[in-house]
Design a protein. Structure first.
Length: 256
């Protein structure tokens, strides 16, 4: 069941973490056209292999093995969707996209998945936010910057994006400040945060931001669009419109 609750915008970090703790597996797809059409906001997690994407998702949702990290980096080649919402209702979906940039993956596989990811980021209609995970010791790579270029037109249309600098516990305070400054310049917009699963740096703040993305004006718009599509599908299937349902034929009106 899909539900977009009317809730206040000043949710606390603990409340946002409680919301994310409801996350459960929804489906997996090897091809873009296998993904189900959804009428709730979708937030995608992307990043290079070994950037800490699975660890980040598991930390935010407080489930140790929700997102699967392959023992061979770059080998996880499915888009995994996770539903979020209390009482088995879904008010948002998290999408775990395959890691990219690992040298040992065959070239043909790399090209195929680059195309799948690009198509997903450009065409997924209910995508409202993108979380790009990056090892701050490496900075944003050419592949990361290419990905941001792909989504820039959607960002200009309102798509939210966040660059999470993972493994922040390995940085000194000055190194962290420098990494934030450089990433903000490279990203050219959006939010940039330090994140550490080990030291819980930036965890609650990130949870709050994701909640805001999932419950903002775009969420209401998606719900209305999805409802309209469902109504149109019903009319097409039954041949009965809302107007017909609200204006029954009277005894005096001619019948076919």
């Amino acid at each position: 069941m899909i539900n977009i609750p009317a809730t206040p915008s000043d949710i606390t970090g603990k409340e946002a973490m409680g919301w994310l703790h409801t996350t459960r597996f929804l489906t997996t797809a090897a091809q873009l056209h296998h993904l189900p059409p959804l009428g709730v906001p979708e937030i995608a997690f992307v990043g290079r292999s070994n950037a800490g994407k699975s660890t980040c998702i598991n930390t935010l949702t407080q489930h140790k093995q929700l997102a699967f990290a392959s023992k061979k980096p770059g080998r996880t080649q499915h888009i995994n969707l996770f539903a979020v919402g209390r009482h088995n209702e879904t008010d948002a979906v998290l999408a775990d996209l395959p890691g990219y940039g690992y040298a040992a993956v065959p070239k043909d596989d790399k090209i195929r998945w680059q195309r799948v990811m690009a198509n997903y980021l450009v065409s997924r209609p209910n995508l409202v936010g993108l979380v790009l995970l990056c090892d701050p010791r490496l900075g944003l790579t050419e592949l990361d910057e290419s990905l941001l270029e792909i989504v820039r037109p959607r960002v200009e249309q309102g798509l939210k994006f966040l660059v999470l600098l993972t493994k922040a516990d390995k940085l000194t305070r000055s190194e962290g400040a420098k990494a934030l400054s450089i990433a903000r310049l490279q990203a050219g917009g959006g939010d940039v945060k330090l994140f550490s699963a080990l030291k819980k740096i930036g965890v609650e703040e990130t949870a709050q931001l994701l909640w805001q993305w999932a419950h903002g004006p775009e969420a209401e718009k998606l719900a209305l669009e999805h409802s309209a599509l469902e109504t149109k599908a019903l009319e097409t299937h039954t041949g009965i419109s809302d107007a017909a349902l609200t204006h029954p034929v009277s005894e005096s009106e001619p019948r076919d």
